[in-house]
Ligand binder design. Sequence first.
Ligand SMILES: NC(=O)C1=CN([C@@H]2O[C@H](COP(=O)(O)OP(=O)(O)OC[C@H]3O[C@@H](n4cnc5c(N)ncnc54)[C@H](OP(=O)(O)O)[C@@H]3O)[C@@H](O)[C@H]2O)C=CC1
Ligand SMILES: O=C(O)[C@@H]1CCC=N1
Length: 284
Amino acid sequence: MAEPNLTKPLSQKIGFIGGGNMAKAICEGLVSKGLIPYEQIHVSGPRLDNLTWWSQKGCKVFEHNGYLIETTDVIFICVKPHILQTAIDDINKTHKPDQFQSKLYISILAGVTLQQLASKLHPYNARIIRTMPNTPMTVGEGCTLYTPHSTATKTDIELLNRMLSSTGLCREIPEHLIDTAGALTGSGPAFVYMMLEALADGAVFMGLPRAWATEFAAQMALGAAKMARDSTKHTGQLKDEVCSPGGSTIRGVRALEEHNMRAAFMDAIEKAALRSAEIGKAGQ
Ligand SMILES: NC(=O)C1=CN([C@@H]2O[C@H](COP(=O)(O)OP(=O)(O)OC[C@H]3O[C@@H](n4cnc5c(N)ncnc54)[C@H](OP(=O)(O)O)[C@@H]3O)[C@@H](O)[C@H]2O)C=CC1
Ligand SMILES: O=C(O)[C@@H]1CCC=N1
């Protein structure tokens, strides 16, 4: 696929069904890269009071999802997986499926399969792409994995790439890997924040002021992540290069091994991936 043009503003109106944490992250990612102004973004949710963040930014807000679909070209579905049917039922309160032309629906729902999405969105003649984004796209360092449904066109996939490559990495993967990869990239930020908090706690325990501990932990992890991403060296080698023989780091490494740090992280990914698949099965 040709490299997406990341600077050309979008002509489409973008909609979000559900205006929670992940919808805000996508919106901020797109707006901060100059791809779209807030005024071209619409959002819907059952309680207008909960959409003030959006209206204050200049986005158009709706209490019913049908109006959102009516007024937008590309619709991100951003509700919790167990709310999907309720969100669709809400469309039918105000609109009939044949009132809508075929539109592109981008699901960000963990676990919910393309087959489930296609059967639920069938009456809307929907073109569908399943994605797993993550919140760091707010700062342009996101990671979005996606699998297109057969209803999605080449133009749809190019548009998705153009939008989400502007907020970080955007990569197509086979659907059978999306629960596992999503555990790593979608849930992973929570695990990293916990790790940063714990590292900072250790430094505070040893007497460093909290604000410094938090700032230094984040900067250290940013640098280490950049090296792991951009270097051709294995992460094990990068680790070895920090550990002086008989030095301070290897003492810390031994402490982590004694506390089963590796098994804990492996377990976290396994549990999150299994839960994602379970969410999908529950919806069948
Ligand atoms: N958070 C993350 O890091 C990631 C989340 N995801 C996926 O994103 C989805 C949303 O998660 P997240 O943003 O964290 O959740 P939030 O709870 O923050 O957002 C969900 C939003 O859906 C709204 N909502 C509830 N009912 C309806 C309805 N009937 N119609 C329209 N909107 C409705 C809620 O409004 P109200 O508050 O008024 O009820 C709320 O704003 C999930 O499916 C999750 O799997 C994927 C990747 C990462
Ligand atoms: O916790 C969840 O279910 C969602 C999916 C990935 C991140 N948050």
